[in-house]
Write a protein that binds this ligand. Structure first.
Ligand code: ADP
Ligand code: ZN
Ligand code: ZN
Length: 722
């Protein structure tokens, strides 16, 4: 008799043995059907063995084999086993998070094909077309030859534009097969000469055989992407594959376009949350078969099963979106380090504002720090200006000086960007008579006033309610909005500058599909002169004409209970500032604050992010916070607060564990969300091995805990929001 050890999508921290008829062939990395707790489940075979500890009368046979050949390699399974161990997550849930949905459901890996498009002879003859987008599509195909539907969609084309071209016979559909791509056809186009700094980095990377992580610290526009592109040449020439991780794809067709224009005939595949299940399976399979040369992906792309991975690039490595915030709470950048180290390949991390963890590793020579200090195309630096708000009169959050700057910039025909990380009209309503505040009754948070909808909306649970005509407590009609949101900023600026077209970009204004693209196009075509937005505006867009950037409220980031708040504020300020001054003349960045003399703020504006970050690291060291210690968080929530506190209290051992500091249970930063009470336990250690061995014991205990099934709990290793 033979036995298979399988991983199942269940939260238990263990695998399960089943028996299998010795006449049936099955391998590690194949899926099988099994019954578990009277349910039929897809299971992944992680080992095949001759013996089991399960008694003979208890062990069940597998139901059937799904895959004749493994769908993932041994090395890939090892990577997932590491991931599960590191993040203290069940192996089964880890594997089933990594697999695309169709494979989780037991579908055949070659079930789907995604069409490619190419120009017909009629299409190549530059047909006269009225629709601009259709012309652009023809132009694109002229440059790139065969292009997949997913790539066309990522570039902003829609099936409504593709279909008529196909019907008129200008473009033809071809099947996008999973064939291994061959590097001897590699074409390289539109390649500039590197400047000295760039060339030095490429030389260092190209020299590298085996694993090395490079941190490329370079301001926005200093040519990091160009460095990635030229480092990739060596990898592609060797017939290897590369993974490019980016924070966002849907918003930035420029990225995809850039890679396509450089490598016109290279198979590029995409991986992001807007793909259909079929499209995802297709990219997954093409990576596994060695058919894609480049995959441009968001966070979960780190789990693609490449056949011969040669390099990973993480662009904007500091970006919070690389950390998954539920289920398997992994960090794609950190997993990239493990993956590259085990595969002995280089890893490029690029950013203008390195995460303190990453910078720490670079300063310790665990990573190699390389810098780009000049902007590639413009020679100018932006100027920071702190606007002291103390005791100043202000109108709807704008100091008089700020308004003068806007006026002057507009008069010169330039664009102005106003940044505020709060959508809605005002974060709360207040009764002027008794001090009543609009609060969400399900969360420990205020309900935001949305004037255009005449609603109060909770930004944490989504609950909406009508704006009360009178104070709920005292009946007064004297109810006022308190604080500032983007909607109010928009209305105020429209009144101040009635003849200036304005565009607001936040989650409310871009809810409709395609609305964001339209707004961005309008801005790029020079329509809108004032741009108001939340951090959606900060993400990597190139707006040529912006020469004034205003950050209305810096203070919320300076004084927060989260020890990462200043780091994130500094990153945001620097990234937003990077939007200014792209057209060749220096940009101005205005920061409104009540704390002009704050040392971190002073350091940031006078000496730049790099200096700020090194100073902030010293502060972290003094108080032994990450990256000078290691942190894990156990979170729990339920409708009943006592249950949560009892559960977490019970996890705190009676006598201390050497090398471990425990704090809690303490209320989560938002104690109540959607009616549920939330508490957490902080577990900190100076040594990662001690932290992990402690957590392993703790998890074995939690798995059997009688309260564990009565509430929701989770564990977060290296949490980003504490
Ligand atoms: P980053 O990724 O750091 O923001 P990019 O690589 O996008 O910077 O470069 C900014 C701009 O400068 C782009 O338009 C790019 O094409 C151009 N550029 C980068 N390097 C060079 C170079 N060596 N010669 C000419 N132009 C360059
Ligand atoms: Zn009142
Ligand atoms: Zn709420």
């Amino acid at each position: 008799m033979l036995f298979v050890e399988v991983a199942l999508k269940v939260p238990l921290h263990r695998t399960f043995d089943y028996k299998i008829d010795p006449n049936i062939t099955v391998h590690k990395g194949c899926r099988v059907w099994v019954t578990f707790a009277n349910r039929k489940l897809v299971a992944m075979v992680v080992d095949i063995k001759a013996k089991t500890d399960v008694p003979e009368n208890k062990i069940k046979a597998i139901t059937s084999v799904i895959d004749e050949r493994p769908i993932v390699s041994d090395a890939y399974l090892t990577f997932l086993k590491f991931t599960a161990r590191y993040y203290c997550h069940s192996l089964g849930e880890t594997i089933f998070t990594a697999l695309p949905a169709s494979l989780r459901q037991g579908e055949h890996p070659d079930k789907t094909q995604v069409p490619n498009y190419t120009l017909t002879e009629e299409g190549k003859a530059s047909p006269k077309l009225r629709a601009k987008k259709q012309l652009a599509l023809i132009e694109h195909l002229k440059g790139s030859g065969v292009t997949s539907l997913t790539e066309l969609k990522a570039l902003g084309f829609t099936t409504q534009q593709i279909k008529p071209l196909k019907e008129k016979g200008f473009i033809a559909e071809a099947i996008n097969h999973c064939e291994a791509w061959s590097s001897h056809t590699l074409e390289i186009a539109n390649k500039p000469r590197l400047n000295e700094e760039q060339a030095a980095i490429c030389a260092a990377v190209n020299q590298q055989t085996g694993y090395r992580t490079f941190l490329i610290e370079g301001v926005t526009g200093s040519g990091k992407t160009e460095v990635y592109l030229q480092c990739l040449e060596k990898i592609l020439n060797a017939g290897k594959q590369a993974l490019i991780l980016v924070p966002e794809i849907g918003l930035t067709p420029q990225t995809v376009n850039r890679f396509r224009r450089r490598f016109p005939n290279t198979p590029i595949d995409l991986w992001h949350s807007n793909l259909t299940d079929n499209e995802r399976l297709h990219t997954w399979r093409r990576a596994e078969q060695g058919s894609s040369a480049l995959v441009i992906a968001t966070r979960s792309g780190i789990f693609l099963p490449f056949k011969s991975l040669g390099m990973v690039v993480v662009d904007e490595e500091h970006d919070g979106s690389f950390k998954q915030q539920d289920g398997l709470r992994y960090h794609a950048r950190d997993l990239a380090v493990y993956r590259c180290a085990t595969q002995q390949i280089p890893l490029l991390l690029g950013t203008a504002t390195p995460a303190l963890e990453t910078l720490h590793n670079a300063l310790n020579n665990k990573y190699q720090l390389v810098s780009l200090t000049k902007r590639a195309q413009t020679k100018v630096d932006n100027a920071y200006l702190l606007i002291d708000m103390k005791g100043q009169p202000h109108q709807n959050g704008f100091a008089p000086t700020t308004l003068q700057h806007i006026e002057r910039t507009l008069a010169r025909g330039k664009q102005v960007m106003v940044f505020l990380n709060r959508r809605g009209y005002a974060p709360t309503l207040m009764c002027h008579e008794c001090g009543w505040l609009s609060e969400c009754h399900r969360c420990s948070a205020s309900a935001t006033y949305h004037k255009s909808m005449s609603r109060l909306v909770c930004h944490h649970c989504g609950e909406q309610s009508y704006v009360p005509p009178q104070c709920v407590d005292c009946g007064s009609t004297n109810i006022l909005p308190v604080g500032l949101g983007t909607e109010q900023v928009e209305q105020f600026l429209e009144l101040q500058f009635p003849d200036t077209p304005l565009s607001r970009i936040d989650r409310d204004s871009t809810r409709r599909k395609g609305a964001l693209e339209e707004a961005l196009n309008e801005i790029n075509e020079g329509g809108a002169r004032i741009l108001v937005g939340t951090q959606m505006l900060a993400k990597g867009h190139h707006f040529a004409d912006v020469s004034l950037v205003i950050i209305l409220d810096v203070d919320s980031g300076l004084y927060s209970s989260d020890f990462r708040a200043t780091e994130h504020m500094a990153q945001l300020i620097t990234q937003v500032a990077g939007r200014a001054g792209r057209s060749g003349e220096p940009g101005t960045v205005l920061l409104q604050t009540h704390y002009c003399e704050h040392p971190l703020l002073q350091d940031l504006v006078n000496n730049g992010y790099g200096d700020f970050a090194r100073y902030a690291l010293k502060e972290r060291e003094e108080v032994a916070l990450p990256p000078f210690s290691f942190l894990a968080l156990i979170r729990a929530e339920a409708n009943n607060a006592k249950l949560v506190i009892d559960f977490l209290s019970d996890l705190v051992p009676a006598s201390p564990f050497s090398g471990i500091q425990l704090l809690g249970p303490i209320p989560a930063p938002m104690e109540r969300v959607a009616g549920k009470y939330r508490y957490q336990l902080h577990i900190q250690a100076q040594d990662r091995a001690i932290l992990h061995s402690y957590l392993t014991q703790l998890l074995a205990y939690v798995d059997k805990h009688p309260l564990a099934n009565r509430l929701r709990w989770s564990i977060d290793i290296d949490p980003m929001d504490t």
